[in-house]
Design a binder for this molecule. Structure first.
Ligand SMILES: *Cc1c(COP(=O)(O)O)cnc(C)c1O
Length: 238
């Protein structure tokens, strides 16, 4: 039963992606669906993989290590959570893409570890586009400077930008955030920094992904609409 419900949720989200893409003259195939698995048990994650999600998104490096050993790599694994420098060593071995690079020291640590592994790691720069104090990410005005600095690191490949919009009752209110991330992406792309491709926009979650798709998202990160509400843990950011 549970497998069936998750499969239906995936289908429902795919249809909503397709409709939003059509409204904005985009192709649904250009939007990848990430299942965000924090607090979700292994059986339900496996059901999402079986239902054909494109990416599994992990908040914690240690959890990802265990899950990848268990579930393998039928799809990509991306890190979306905050990265501590002491976890960079594992992160470069595990992930196909890291969405949460927002400081040069983290980039330097990743680059050094990736060099040791002989890998080129795809990364996104996380931007605090709303300027909310509680949100992680680099300020919008500083993002292109960070991209330029990181572009010199030989083992990191910048693929685009990521953001988390603030939570609104009406998702339409998140639209200016998504539009701002897209225009920031366009401006950085126009600068033509060697080694930087700006194809990816990781934005949109359960409450606002259709608006994000309309504004150009290429990866949407979905937890609750796939797996149901998360248990509320005191003092833990969700
Ligand atoms: C939890 C989380 C999501 C998914 O949020 P939902 O509202 O459950 O879809 C997306 N991105 C990040 C970075 C998250 O931590």
């Amino acid at each position: 039963m549970m497998e069936h419900a998750i499969r239906q949720n995936v289908e429902n989200i795919r249809q909503r992606i397709a409709a939003a893409a059509a409204r904005s003259g985009r192709r649904a195939a250009d939007v990848r669906l990430m299942a965000v698995t924090k607090t979700v048990d292994d059986q339900r994650i496996l059901a999402a993989i079986a239902a054909g999600v494109d990416i599994i998104g992990e908040n914690y490096v240690q959890e990802a290590k265990r899950k990848i050993e268990l579930m393998g790599r039928p799809q990509e694994w991306h890190l979306i959570g905050h990265l501590q420098t002491n976890k960079a060593k594992y992160a470069v071995k595990l992930f196909d893409m890291i969405h949460s690079v927002d400081r040069m020291d983290v980039a330097l640590e990743l680059n050094g570890r990736a060099a040791k592994e002989g890998r080129l790691i795809k990364i996104l720069v996380e931007v605090n586009i709303s300027g909310e104090a509680t949100k992680r990410g680099i300020d919008g005005e500083e993002a292109s400077g960070l991209v330029k600095e990181v572009s010199h690191l030989e083992h990191l490949s910048i693929q685009g930008l990521m953001t988390m919009a603030p939570w609104f009752d009406d998702p339409e209110e998140a639209r200016p955030c998504f539009a701002a991330l897209r225009s920031l992406r366009d401006r950085i792309a126009e600068a033509g920094i060697p080694g930087v491709t700006m194809g990816e926009l990781s934005m949109g979650m359960s409450g606002d992904f259709e608006i994000a798709v309309e504004e150009g998202a290429t990866i949407i990160r979905i937890g609750r609409s796939l797996f149901g509400e998360r248990p509320v843990k005191e003092g833990t950011p969700t």
